[in-house]
Design a protein around this ligand. Structure first.
Ligand code: E4P
Length: 217
């Protein structure tokens, strides 16, 4: 399972990279705005900065919602760095754009996916990644993890190569449950990854080992 971090914060990306288990980064316009990154040139530069920190794929989202606009923006983003994956929304022109990019060998991440039907379309269009937003489904009392399981089932039925990127991961149990289901990738905050470290018996056991060492020295 690949671990992506879902942020545009360079310090957090550096910290996740330093842990040695990071496979990539996802961003979106809201995450960029949260870091105060505004204006096209600053945004493009920020993507390059992220690429220089992380070894792996960096999703950069198009803002256009029409086919021509998405193609123009996506090609510009893909030119920035070979780690860039063009993030395209699950709308009609987005599906056309996914197919266009796929035919051109430009890697894509289909975002804002909330149903199996949408995930099926993204795979048919040749998306590299599909991003079902599990946390946002949970927010409206729908089972986000069940969507991951259903997409896994459908993709396996037809051996689609599109990778299931569980997005909108909010906490560590989401990560563990996505791994059990067989999501190819998860993207979440640093805390969702660091939470995997924690177990009280590890802390108690280590404290005892260190105390016993001190007694003998
Ligand atoms: C996916 O790529 C999105 O950036 C992200 O996971 C959305 O998460 P949120 O629902 O926590 O905003």
């Amino acid at each position: 399972m690949k671990f992506f971090i879902d942020t545009a914060n360079l310090d957090q990306i550096r910290e996740a990279q330093a842990l040695g288990v990071l496979d990539g980064v996802t961003t979106n316009p809201s995450l960029m705005a949260k870091e105060g990154i505004t204006g096209r040139n600053n945004i493009l530069k920020h993507y390059v900065d992220i690429c220089t920190i992380v070894d792996g794929d960096v999703s950069a989202e198009v803002i256009s919602t029409d086919f021509e606009g998405m193609i123009k923006e996506g090609e510009e983003l893909a030119e920035l760095h070979d780690q860039i994956v063009v993030k395209v929304p699950m709308i009609k022109d987005g599906v056309k754009a996914l197919k266009y990019f796929s035919d051109k060998g430009i890697r894509t991440n289909c975002t804002l996916v909330f149903s199996v039907g949408q995930a099926l379309l993204a795979a048919k269009a040749g998306a590299t990644y599909v991003s079902p937003f599990i946390g946002r489904l949970d927010d409206i009392s729908t089972d986000g993890l069940n969507l991951i399981a259903e997409i896994r089932h459908v993709y396996d039925n037809y051996a689609f190569e599109t990778q299931i990127l569980a997005a909108s991961v909010r906490h560590t149990m989401h990560v563990i449950d996505c791994a059990k289901i067989g999501a190819d990738v998860m993207t979440g905050p640093l805390s969702s990854i660091e939470g995997l470290l924690k177990h009280p018996l590890t802390d108690i056991g280590l404290a005892k080992f260190l105390a016993d060492y001190q007694k003998g020295n």
